[in-house]
Design a binder for this molecule. Sequence first.
Ligand SMILES: NC(=O)c1ccc[n+]([C@@H]2O[C@H](COP(=O)([O-])OP(=O)(O)OC[C@H]3O[C@@H](n4cnc5c(N)ncnc54)[C@H](O)[C@@H]3O)[C@@H](O)[C@H]2O)c1
Ligand SMILES: O=c1ccn([C@@H]2O[C@H](COP(=O)(O)OP(=O)(O)O[C@H]3O[C@H](CO)[C@H](O)[C@H](O)[C@H]3O)[C@@H](O)[C@H]2O)c(=O)[nH]1
Length: 320
Amino acid sequence: MSKYLVTGGAGYVGSVVAAHLLEAGHEVTVLDDLSTGFREGVPAGAAFIEGRIQDAARHLDPSYEAVLHFAASSQVGESVTNPGKYWENNVGGSLALLAAMRGAGVRKLVFSSTAATYGEPTEPLLTEESPTKPTNPYGATKLAVDHMITGECAAHGVAAVSLRYFNVAGAYKEFGERHDPETHLIPLVLQVALGEREAISVFGEDYPTADGTCVRDYIHVADLAEAHLAALGAAVPGEHLICNLGNGNGFSVREVVEAVRKVTGKDIPEVLAPRRAGDPAVLVASAENARARLGWTPSRPDLAGIIGDAWEFTRALRGV
Ligand SMILES: NC(=O)c1ccc[n+]([C@@H]2O[C@H](COP(=O)([O-])OP(=O)(O)OC[C@H]3O[C@@H](n4cnc5c(N)ncnc54)[C@H](O)[C@@H]3O)[C@@H](O)[C@H]2O)c1
Ligand SMILES: O=c1ccn([C@@H]2O[C@H](COP(=O)(O)OP(=O)(O)O[C@H]3O[C@H](CO)[C@H](O)[C@H](O)[C@H]3O)[C@@H](O)[C@H]2O)c(=O)[nH]1
């Protein structure tokens, strides 16, 4: 049994990973400022500190085996209109967290990186060697943190793994996606299915894809959680390992909307809207490195299954 600090553990992905750590018998402390997370998202059994990663030095001590770092601002659109917030919170916050780890002698880190570090792909499947040219400030700040971590590993022998998530979706037990405002496609389409929105806006149909809408690789949040536990075991002192996490299959916006119609049995009206700034046309992962280095294989790749779990979570949350 080990003790872990989970930053951002009141948020979507962090809460699911914290629940998995507790189920594996570990001790978990969540550090979260509740800026986008929820107190109820912190799993029972985890200690909770309401605070910012910028102040992590107050909370870290040598009893922690590792930090799992989810806390961030993570809306692509907002990062385009308010980039300063992203540099301050994601880069400034991570810099303070790394300094706190150094001060406390905590030498293992798993970081939530993103497919947005790559930008517009030059090849069908993105590998960790693909060029990193982010198309929005959110991706740029996450890439900057990745570079920061590489230096920390080389200089101070930290064992770190950056997991580059593609599009996280689905739910696990009572933990799921409940951002406010919601910007992610699947929860928005589910809101239409519930009658809470009139229609789903399709952001552009003139992309160079089969149906003209953007293609993404949707990965189940529970598969993602399993990769974090594997990363804790695979981290090597002095090395910064970077792994993409996706299924290797792309689905277009229209395919996702159609899949939600099938899963929910509801009519889902669509309206065409302009392209969203900073959106690449296609983002699909090669997860070969995660397979090879973490021994990780996603076991829930079916899009209908991912949507079905999100649907069940959303209805339970609304009590319908
Ligand atoms: N959801 C996705 O599709 C996706 C894809 C790629 C990467 N990521 C990354 O995964 C991580 C988790 O994403 P999520 O969807 O769970 O987001 P989320 O907004 O649900 O969770 C982030 C949590 O961090 C907290 N937080 C933010 N800034 C903080 C700070 N300075 N100090 C303390 N707590 C702070 C928030 O209150 C929230 O609980 C983020 O780093 C995000 O960039 C998410
Ligand atoms: O109402 C909507 C919402 C989204 N989309 C489209 O659906 C696709 C998926 O959009 P999401 O907002 O669900 O996800 P993103 O691909 O923009 O972003 C996700 O993946 C990124 C990596 O590319 C980041 O990591 C980010 O944190 C994570 O949310 C995009 O093409 C978007 O344009 C719509 O058409 N209508």
